[in-house]
Ligand binder design. Structure first.
Ligand code: BG6
Ligand code: MG
Length: 221
């Protein structure tokens, strides 16, 4: 059977943590008197912690000194991690666990490709760390999505060529990163937001029963 590299983003694809990032960024923005809604939040999905704060400050037309910048990021991450503490296996997004188990049973290579520096502890907390053959997260990359570095590194670890990779993403930046690497991009979320993806589903449960087999034959247009 042919093989593809199956690469998964974490936040908003594997686990329902995108909502925690949103709440924590919204609190941070409010503390700086900056308006921040789901519309701006969409632009932060897939974006690193540092770059996210830079964007929020630019939207609000604010500048802060380096020490305040660092302390705001620490505060944001602490709030985020408090919410992460409440995670259980039930927060794995619908159909993902089954999808991963099926890939494993058919011997397909699986990687995580996330901007988050919290990815490894979150996967361990959810009990799915061992389902991934390779993990590339925010501690392993220097260039943020839409740069394809994270996904290219994942392919290297899996020893698979980029043109044989399929990336699952909920963010605009992540879909662009996959496209920039010449990988097949599968969006999870709103088709309007993710219109650059090769295909979009609202969740893994919406995919046809034979979708993994279809993906094995799929060629990037
Ligand atoms: C991405 C999220 O996966 O990771 C972003 O979509 C988040 O919202 C980024 O800011 C960095 O995550 P962390 O956990 O390192 O702050
Ligand atoms: Mg995401």
């Amino acid at each position: 059977m042919s093989k593809k590299a199956f690469i998964f983003d974490l936040d908003g694809v594997v686990v329902d943590t995108a909502k925690f990032h949103f709440v924590a960024w919204q609190r941070l923005a409010a503390s700086l008197d900056i308006n921040f809604t789901e519309v701006e939040n969409e632009q932060l999905k897939g974006v690193s912690r540092v770059r996210s704060l830079e964007k929020i400050l630019a939207w609000g037309g604010k500048t802060i000194d380096a020490a305040t910048f660092d302390s705001k990021l620490i505060e944001k991450n602490q709030e985020y991690l408090e919410m992460v503490e409440t995670l259980t296996q039930t927060d794995i997004l619908p159909g993902v666990h089954e999808f991963l188990l099926r890939l494993r049973s058919s011997g397909q290579p699986i990687a995580l490709g996330s901007a988050s520096k919290n990815a490894r502890p979150i996967l361990k907390k959810l009990g799915i760390y061992d389902l991934f053959d390779a993990i590339v997260d925010g501690t392993d990359v220097t260039k943020a999505k839409p740069d394809p570095e994270v996904f290219i590194k994942a392919c290297q670890l899996l020893d698979m060529p980029a043109q044989n990779a399929i990336v699952f993403e909920d963010s605009i930046a992540g879909v662009q990163a996959a496209n920039n690497a010449g990988m097949i991009s599968i969006g999870l979320g709103d088709p309007e937001n993710l219109k650059e993806a090769d295909a979009v589903f609202s969740s893994f449960t919406e995919m046809p029963a034979d979708y993994q087999e279809q993906l094995l034959k799929k060629v990037k247009k």
